[in-house]
Design a protein around this ligand. Sequence first.
Ligand SMILES: [Zn+2]
Ligand SMILES: [Zn+2]
Length: 118
Amino acid sequence: MECPGCQFDMREHELDGVMIDECKRCGGVWLDAGEAEELVKKAPTPREALQKKKLELLRQWQVAALNPRETDRKCPRCPEPLMRVNYKDIPGLQIDKCRSDCGMYLDKGELEKVRLID
Ligand SMILES: [Zn+2]
Ligand SMILES: [Zn+2]
């Protein structure tokens, strides 16, 4: 599968029991629909620690919400383009999501933040 970020070949990779697609070149990650929620459920860190980190992050995210816009990145699962949106309506946490809801593409470092949100 082609990386939407850099067109390199993505490889399947297991993360806490969930098979995700990862790009070894740019560090981007593709999550099929439902996998983000699955990863949140299987997060190895104790809930209290996550909760604290999440609140810290939410405090930093006091920026204006984004209007969804089309990117020039393509969904690796279908012919639709990826849309730049706020993940779960959280201002400041922007991800690329397929317009047909196949899944989402996360740039390096974004997965860690997405895993804090349930
Ligand atoms: Zn890549
Ligand atoms: Zn798609």
